[in-house]
Design a protein around this ligand. Structure first.
Ligand SMILES: NC(=O)c1ccc[n+]([C@@H]2O[C@H](COP(=O)([O-])OP(=O)(O)OC[C@H]3O[C@@H](n4cnc5c(N)ncnc54)[C@H](OP(=O)(O)O)[C@@H]3O)[C@@H](O)[C@H]2O)c1
Length: 422
């Protein structure tokens, strides 16, 4: 353990009042540079809140600094490098040396959470990661502390700002995915390589972390099924508007029977849903449990300063000594096939009896129609339906059967829908 910082965050008074708390900073990019600035700016406030004045003990980048030397000089380590290696190695070394560890690195937690939490417990040190999920929204703290004794049924929401910006812009402008992606890149809302965001992989890593915390069970990124927004067409959004729906990329972690389901997928929401009005690069997460009904938190899900604020909040929590270490209580199985509602978009020959034929195929697979919009397009027609909840496996078989019909002019397109009104 560090000389001046016990695991509880308790200051050790050397006689001349508490010593400053020395922070080793790994990474000085977008978030790291903002954190270093914020730390200097807010040092008085941190001291007033915790009795300890923070100062930087050293900074590691790819081209400068030495990890071992920084670790030696630090009481607490903040990792803002990204990537899983050497971040994992540094996290373990820091915690084994008794240093509390703060990170904003979702991949690190989603892929190596079991190992890192085990080391934190074994060494009796704090491991904090508020900024790893939805940046400045205090969702980790809310689940881990506010609802520590609450049996959570479901955590879900919009946890990727890039995709929410793209979907909001597509709906507002009617432009296609590629055009809006290019605009998002120009405005700095999407990376040069946007794959992680648009494929749903980034949201999946965040949902692995939230599921682990909410259900006290080990969940890794590999167990989260995800799909992204690359295949969304402008006319899906136009038809959805007519049906009163808005499209979001949702991460959903929920109890299902004796297990849990953790998934990411594009999903239509009715306008009364609390997540429907979340537009642009914002994030929002909902927690549902019998004891609390429903809580929704929303705010900026990224940004250097915003993320750095959440990181500094973790530093303050450690110094104040009030943070529990996450513990696995049970091993819940992942449930693969769950009931869902769907939007279905079909282009069909405009002939008598086609609609009835399609309804029969759906009915044969226990899938029933809630609402339909039909438009003529020359010789053909476009049918857009919202279906009642059915097992995803039944729906997949129904789509396969529909794709085999001669009357279909192209493959069926489908998107999840959350059916309940609010
Ligand atoms: N940006 C956001 O809005 C945001 C939001 C939430 C969470 N996060 C998370 O915060 C972390 C940092 O993100 P960022 O956007 O600040 O990244 P970034 O701008 O790419 O900065 C990364 C920093 O880490 C350093 N670094 C990378 N690999 C290193 C290595 N192997 N050894 C030493 N230094 C290394 C880089 O050094 P050089 O300066 O030498 O290149 C750079 O200073 C990531 O885990 C990210 O997922 C970011």
């Amino acid at each position: 353990m560090s000389e001046v910082l016990a695991a509880t965050g308790e200051a050790v008074d050397s006689g001349d009042g508490p010593k400053p708390v020395r922070i080793g900073l790994l990474g000085r990019g977008n978030v790291g540079a903002a954190f270093a600035e914020l730390l200097a700016e807010r040092a008085d406030a941190v001291e007033a809140a915790t009795g300890r004045r923070p100062e930087l003990a050293g900074v590691l980048t790819r081209s400068s600094g030495d990890f071992e030397a920084i670790l030696e000089r630090s009481d607490l380590v903040v990792e803002l490098m990204g990537g899983t290696e050497p971040a994992r190695e540094y996290a373990i070394a820091a915690m084994r040396a008794g240093r509390p560890f703060v990170t904003a690195n979702k991949q690190l937690l989603a892929q190596h959470g079991d190992e890192l939490f085990a080391v934190a417990r074994e060494c009796g040190v704090q491991l904090r990661f508020e900024a790893a999920v939805a940046a400045v929204i205090p969702i980790v703290r809310t689940i881990q502390e506010g609802f520590a004794a609450t049996e959570i049924d479901k955590v879900y929401g919009i946890v990727n700002g890039t995709t929410n910006f793209i979907l909001s812009e597509m709906a507002a402008s009617g432009a296609g995915y590629d055009d809006i992606l290019a605009r998002a890149q120009e405005l700095g809302y999407a990376e040069a390589d946007p794959t992680d965001d648009v494929s749903g992989a980034d949201a999946a890593a965040k949902m692995a972390i939230l599921a682990r915390l909410a259900f006290h069970t080990p969940v890794t990124l590999a167990e989260v099924t995800y799909e992204g927004i690359e295949a969304i067409q402008p006319d899906d959004l136009a038809f959805a508007k007519e049906l009163g729906l808005s499209l979001k990329l949702l991460g959903v972690a929920e109890r299902r029977g004796a297990g849990i389901s953790v998934r990411v997928f594009p999903c239509f929401l009715y306008s009364g849903h609390p997540l429907a009005p979340i537009e642009g690069a914002f994030n929002a997460v909902m927690i549902q449990a019998d004891a609390i009904n429903e809580v929704t938190l929303s705010g900026p899900g990224a940004g250097g300063l915003q993320t750095a604020s959440a990181v500094l909040g973790d530093v303050v929590s450690i110094l104040a000594g009030d943070a529990p270490v996450h513990e696995t209580r049970t091993e819940l199985p992942i449930v693969g096939d769950v009931p869902s509602s769907f939007y279905l978009h079909l282009e069909v020959a405009d002939q008598p009896g086609v609609l009835a034929r399609i309804a029969t195929v759906l009915g044969d697979h226990d899938v029933s129609v809630k609402s339909v919009v039909q438009r003529g397009i020359g010789e053909d027609a476009r049918l857009v339906m919202v279906l009642h909840e059915c097992l995803e496996s039944s729906f997949a078989r129904a789509v396969e059967a529909l794709n085999g019909l001669d009357e279909l002019r192209g493959p069926a397109r489908s998107i999840h829908v959350i059916e309940e009104g609010f």
